[in-house]
Design a protein around this ligand. Structure first.
Ligand SMILES: [Zn+2]
Length: 83
């Protein structure tokens, strides 16, 4: 019943967000926990934990915004753009 931090999920998530950012214009990909869970075939709780962990690192953020995949306005995780 202990909490396990999904380390591989965090690195996969980082690659997803950074990869999209590098290849798609100047706008970072924003993605909610539910869509991340679907994308990585992970449990929602795991996706949320990985997203929160990644958002705690430099260059990433977490905020309420519109998810690019499901278009709902929820907590999303994204690369933080410095302009
Ligand atoms: Zn979504």
């Amino acid at each position: 019943m202990g909490r396990r931090l999904p380390a591989r999920l965090i690195s996969d998530l980082r690659r997803l967000l950074e990869g999209q950012h590098a290849s798609a214009r100047s706008e970072p990909l924003v993605c909610c926990d539910a869509c991340l869970a679907l994308h990585f075939r992970a449990m929602l709780a795991e996706a949320t934990e990985a997203a929160e962990a990644l958002a705690g690192e430099p260059g990433f953020l977490r905020k309420v915004s519109k998810c690019e995949m499901c278009k709902r306005t929820v907590n999303i995780t994204s690369l933080a753009l410095r302009r």
